[in-house]
Every structure is written in structure tokens, then in C-alpha cells.
Design a protein around this ligand. Structure first.
Ligand code: IMP
Length: 193
């Protein structure tokens, strides 16, 4: 089976991506290649951050690799937290603190439309390819469910009544932003890998 490095140390993401690519590719995380560094996300767009992470690994470890960056874009907050989703409530903020801040910022706001957007950067044989996936939905007023991670407990995708945190992993993985971007990556690799 073809091996791929995914530039992440986030166990939730690794699990999700392994579940999506399981039949076709063996996915190693950063820890599996001995990289325990938190690669700084200094870009101002999801594209830039995904690209910074994939190139870092390619340059340091001389291996083809893909990386992702995801943001939650809330219309009523002019697209925030967006590329700063991981540090919305400050550097090293927990998922809990970020969700608290989001709910607080949206108090009294009726317009609750939002989307998760993921950009994947693949660097293969020195060339970079970008893939994008997004899912539209809304931010509810209080947390529901205990699965998933990040903003999952307050995000209900359009056409569903459950939050991502209430869905089982298979369901989230069949419709999520990351699943869509990773599926595009998988299709590309099957034809070009
Ligand atoms: P990252 O930079 O791609 O790790 O994502 C930034 C932040 O977005 C994370 O810290 C999470 O808070 C949030 N996030 C990313 N993916 C998801 C998801 O699938 N569900 C909920 N939140 C997510």
C-alpha cells in the first residue's frame, strides 16, 4: 500500500483522514516520522498555512507530504475566526475557550450562517497541489454532543438537525469539509500517485 505523510500531530485529524483513505493509502502522522514540533502557522490564509506545513516537512524530512488547514468562517463575524480558529480566544486557547468566545461573540445575533473550510496542500515530487473542501451550516446557541473536536458541538450542517459532535464519526466523515478536501486529494493520487 502506498505510504503518505500527513503533516499533523492532531490525533482527531489523523483518525479522520485515516478512516477516509484507509482502503488506498497508509497514512503516517508527524510523530511517526519523529517530528514532534508544532509547525508555526504564520500565514494569513488557510492556503498559506497548509503550504507552510507541507513544505516544512518536505524540506526537513525529504519526503512527499500533505498538510491541511481548516477555519470556521462565520458570516455575521465577517468570516472570523477563519484562519485564526485555533487561537480565537488567545494563544494556546483550548477548544472549550474558543467555543465559549464564539458563543459570546454571537450573543443576540440571529444570523448564524457559517462554514468550515479546509485547504489541503500536497507536495509531490517537488510540485504543490491544493485541494479545498467546505461545508455550510449554522452556529447554534449552546453546545450539543460529545464527539468530534473543536467547534463541532456548536455546528449544525445544512440539511441536518444534529451537530457534528452528535453525529457518529462515519457520518461526519462522509460530509465534512476535511472529508471533501481529502477525497479530492485521494482522487488526484489515484490518478497521478
Ligand atoms: P487547524 O489549524 O486546521 O488545526 O484548525 C484550526 C482550528 O479549527 C482547530 O483548532 C479547531 O478548533 C478547528 N477545527 C478544525 N477542524 C475542525 C473540525 O472538523 N471540527 C471542528 N473544529 C475544527
Amino acid at each position: 500500500m502506498k505510504k503518505l505523510v500527513f503533516a499533523t500531530n492532531n490525533p482527531h485529524k489523523l483518525e479522520e483522514v485515516r478512516a477516509i483513505l484507509q482502503q488506498k493509502f497508509e497514512v503516517a502522522g508527524l510523530a511517526d516520522i519523529g517530528c514532534h514540533k508544532e509547525i508555526p502557522e504564520t500565514g494569513t490564509t488557510l492556503e498559506e498555512n497548509a503550504s507552510i506545513k507541507s513544505h516544512y516537512v518536505v524540506n526537513q524530512y525529504q519526503t512527499d507530504c500533505f498538510a491541511d488547514d481548516t477555519g470556521l468562517e462565520v458570516d455575521a463575524l465577517d468570516g472570523k475566526p477563519g484562519v485564526y480558529s485555533a487561537r480565537y480566544a488567545g494563544e494556546n486557547a483550548s477548544y472549550e475557550q474558543n467555543v465559549d468566545k464564539l458563543l459570546q461573540q454571537m450573543e443576540g445575533i440571529d444570523k448564524r450562517k457559517a462554514r468550515f473550510r479546509t485547504v489541503v496542500s500536497l507536495v509531490m515530487e517537488g510540485k504543490e497541489y491544493l485541494f479545498e473542501g467546505a461545508i455550510e451550516g449554522k452556529i447554534i446557541h449552546e453546545r450539543k454532543g460529545s464527539g468530534g473536536f473543536g467547534y463541532d458541538p456548536v455546528f449544525v450542517p445544512d440539511g441536518y438537525t444534529q451537530t457534528f459532535a452528535e453525529m457518529n464519526a462515519n457520518m461526519k466523515n462522509s460530509i465534512s469539509h476535511r472529508a471533501k478536501a481529502i477525497q479530492k486529494l485521494a482522487d488526484f493520487l489515484l490518478h497521478n500517485g
